[in-house]
Design a protein around this ligand. Structure first.
Ligand code: IMP
Length: 431
């Protein structure tokens, strides 16, 4: 069975670890959206790996890693990552497949990203400044450069680059960027990337026919989805389940199960609403014990209590079969923990996540307060060994979120994980 693993909050839920742990059951791991704005940190026997573009499955020999057409690719980031993996003894040869339809992030997309943020001033998104948004703008504006363009007729490519650069010069006042160095770099990139390029949809269809299971790996998360997230404070792609079909060229029935990853609390980087946001000592405590600093940008993450309105919304949008609840151990030692079940607004009580963010401006989270646990959950590998209060917290969290927790992560290492007996995850892992 093919399954999707995706973020149920605002990203950084610890998807990397969950994907990494499930990967041995799969023949391939495929990314379907985003770019090197993502940062997946995984630890293997104490060694830290941060992956931005290549699926975390690459750490498992024999697993094919796929970058779909829905992803935007920075040549520099791709090769930096391949080189870093090689340095750590991991080779991508024969195991990496990149869609010929994926769009390329051009060198000036980053500059446009920074300029666009500066122009927005107070209303800035707080992007990762990686050029992700402008690359998707070019894609939708139908002037983007795709990987297959780099491998074909050079004269045609020169024409496309000239047109793209001229559109860019039009946007940036007094800019006279020369298209030729951009073109030359793209030709060089094309030559290096050529061995890994192919028809991803065709390859996956073949895998499905042969019964070889595939994992679809989300980047960013549902509340950062361009359509279903907290627009405009979102990324520029469909991070939720719908992005799988368009971002890889696979039919909906290829998705056999969906696992949402959520932290036992909530974090967000960048601007935009975070209804349960905490400040002061408690926020600092979560940030420090959870090491809540961006894997891509190093920015401190905003921290707050678990928000069941958000996760229930994600469960609906994605059809979540189960949750992987991460970083439970970060709550160890707190005298009490809180769960948000709704927002009190001047217009009344909200229990569904609103489209219009203005409704959240004066919203107060409605909390259920539960006792914390003084004995640590850290490193636990069995549900029945967890402190009673931690188990109660999980049970209540499942009730208010409307999804079962099939996996609970109690530490950063692969082994510090609980798989709930009889859960869908136990079934997926035993196949
Ligand atoms: P962009 O994707 O760089 O355009 O940034 C848009 C928004 O998504 C910003 O709030 C970023 O902080 C956020 N974002 C992008 N990638 C990630 C991620 O991997 N984790 C968490 N937030 C992200």
């Amino acid at each position: 069975m093919n399954i999707a693993v995706l973020g149920a909050q605002w990203g950084d839920e610890g998807k990397g670890k969950i994907v990494d742990m499930l990967t041995p059951r799969f023949s391939a791991v495929a990314r379907y959206q985003g770019g090197h704005n993502a940062g997946h940190t995984v630890y293997v026997r104490g060694t830290k790996f941060v992956l931005h573009l290549i699926p975390s499955g690459i750490l498992h020999p024999g697993v094919t890693c796929i970058i779909g057409n829905g992803v935007v690719i920075s040549p520099q980031a791709l090769f930096d990552e391949i080189d870093e993996l090689a340095r750590l003894g991991v080779t991508v040869d024969g195991r990496l497949l990149i869609s010929e339809k994926a769009h390329v992030i051009l060198p000036y997309h980053r500059e446009l990203d920074v300029l666009s943020e500066a122009r927005r001033g107070e209303r800035r998104i707080g992007t990762t400044s990686r050029g992700i948004g402008p690359a998707y703008e070019d894609k939708i504006g139908r002037r983007g450069i795709r990987i297959c363009d780099l491998l074909g007729d050079q004269e045609a490519l020169a024409g496309e680059v000239r047109e793209n650069v001229s559109a860019r010069n039009h946007i940036i006042k007094d800019s006279t960027l020369d298209w030729q160095p951009v073109f030359r770099d793209l030709v060089t990139f094309g030559e290096r990337v050529r061995p890994w390029v192919g028809d991803v949809s065709l390859f996956l269809a073949q895998m499905f026919r042969e019964g070889r299971p595939v994992m679809f790996e989300g980047a960013q998360a549902t509340l950062l989805d361009i359509d279903h997230g907290t627009y405009p404070f979102v990324t520029s792609s469909n991070a939720s389940v719908g992005g799988i079909c368009t971002g890889l060229g696979v039919p909906p029935r290829a998705i056999g199960g969906v696992l949402g990853v959520a932290k036992a609390y909530t974090t967000r980087v960048g601007e935009g609403p975070l209804p349960t946001e905490l400040s002061g000592a408690l926020a600092d405590r979560l940030r420090e014990s959870g090491q809540e600093y961006g894997a891509s940008t190093g920015r401190p993450r905003r921290c707050g209590w678990y928000d069941a309105v958000v996760v229930r919304y994600s469960a609906r949008i994605n059809g979540l079969d189960a949750l992987a609840l991460t970083k439970l151990d970060v709550l160890d030692g707190l005298p009490e923990v809180q769960l948000c079940t709704g927002y009190q607004t001047p217009q009344g009580l909200l229990t569904e996540f609103p489209a219009d963010l203005r409704l959240l401006v004066d919203a107060r989270p409605v909390y259920e307060t539960m006792p914390g646990w003084s004995t640590p959950s850290r490193g636990m590998t069995r549900m029945d060994r967890l402190p009673t209060e931690a188990r109660r917290y999980i049970e209540r969290l499942e009730e208010v979120s409307g999804v079962e927790c099939a996996i609970v992560s109690t530490g950063s290492d692969r082994d510090e994980t609980i798989v709930a007996p009889g859960s869908v995850a136990a079934k997926w892992l035993s196949v």
